[in-house]
Design a protein around this ligand. Structure first.
Ligand code: ACO
Length: 329
């Protein structure tokens, strides 16, 4: 047993913006149909942040709920790790903006970018900071105003994503959500399948990049689809092996909510019963890094988490990146 297994989840919370945009609302804005979106993705509606709401605003609300759930004073937090690919601004880190607003004045704070896999990367980083003695209480926030990265003229991506945030407080004393095993991975040969080409140092913002709509998410859907199916199955298998468990001992799977068909295909191909997957993509669409913590909190609220259960968190995203963890509830 290594020391990361002492770390657990002391509290958690999520927040989604109030505005609901249904597939039928999108029919009026672009050449799409509710039927296409529903049958291809499982999405019925998504939440969209107001113009006045930034990623940090979503993160602050989720963080405050997680702190209240943990019954922990923000001043006792040692570290905030924020997973986001839609930060409020290039710098400072969104984690710094969150620190200020929640009053965690004794915490170090930084952002971490692993796109849809961001929560798992931040979760494992935070847990290791505790197990190595660098921190006692870590707030992991995954927050995305991902709709700010979407091209309203590209129906193949615009309909897929939504906004939201999820947060967990990690401590060594927590009784629930004890980490049993984790894995993180990256295959950079797939970088071009999912990216935002412009707006960074490689292609700084110019009139030309804006005119060419290069600041928006570009995706090779079929390649990401295949990668998603494979990585869900393979990374669950990896963390089960590391935990010394087999599939039959897994009680619940909280997958990245990218596409219901990806989850169904992974379920069939890797013999993981579909009823073990927690699914809420119908309500929130794909909220990138926030999707796993939002689903984890909702699973708890829906009475799906019981003491003693083995739970798998699993995600995949741009990079290409993937991550998984087995928790004992
Ligand atoms: N409405 C109507 N038609 C559409 C839409 C739309 N919103 N979007 C695309 N189409 C059309 C295309 O133009 C194409 O038409 P054509 O055949 O005439 O050229 C057709 O639909 C493509 O249809 P399919 O081949 O059936 O689409 P597919 O089954 O590949 O599904 C999808 C597309 C849903 C994007 C799928 O590839 C997918 O889910 N990929 C993975 C996406 C994903 O998981 N992204 C994760 C992002 S993770 C992150 O890190 C941000």
């Amino acid at each position: 047993m290594n020391s990361i297994t002492k770390v657990g989840i002391a509290g958690m919370g999520f927040y989604v913006p109030e505005t609901i945009v249904a597939n039928t609302d999108l029919e009026a804005r672009m050449d799409t149909t509710d039927e296409w979106i529903r049958t291809r993705t499982g999405i019925l509606e998504r939440r969209v942040a107001a113009d006045t709401e930034a990623t940090s605003d979503l993160g602050v609300k989720a963080a405050n709920r997680a702190l209240a759930d943990a019954d922990i004073d923000p001043e006792s937090i040692d570290l905030i790790v924020c997973a986001t690919s839609s930060p409020d601004m290039a710098f400072p880190a969104t984690a710094c903006l969150i620190q200020d607003r929640i009053g965690a004045k004794n915490a170090g704070a930084f952002d971490l970018s692993a796109v849809c896999s961001g929560f798992l990367f931040a979760f494992v980083t935070g847990a290791n900071m505790i197990s190595s003695g660098q921190a006692r209480r870590v707030l992991v926030v995954a927050a995305e105003k991902f709709t700010s990265l979407l091209d309203c003229e590209d129906r193949s991506t615009y309909v897929l994503m939504g906004d939201g945030a999820g947060a967990v407080v990690l401590t060594a004393e927590a009784e629930q959500g004890k980490i049993i095993s984790t894995c993180l991975g990256t295959d950079s040969s797939g970088i071009e399948y999912l990216l935002i080409p412009a707006g960074g140092s490689a292609m700084p913002t110019s009139h030309e990049t804006i005119n060419q709509r290069q600041h928006y998410m570009k995706m090779n859907g079929p390649e990401i689809y295949k990668f998603g199916v494979r990585s869900i199955g393979e990374s669950i298998s990896e963390v089960l092996t590391r935990a010394g468990l087999d599939e039959s001992q897994l009680d619940l799977i909280i997958p990245h909510q990218a596409n219901i068909r990806i989850i169904e295909s992974a379920s069939k191909r890797f013999n993981l019963p579909l009823e073990k997957f927690f699914i809420n993509i119908d309500k929130y669409s794909n909220t990138s890094a926030a999707s796993v913590p939002i689903a984890l909190v909702e699973a708890k609220q829906n009475g799906r988490l019981h003491p003693g259960m083995h739970i798998a968190l699993v995600t995949f995203g741009a990079g290409l990146t993937w991550g998984a963890a087995i928790l004992k509830w």
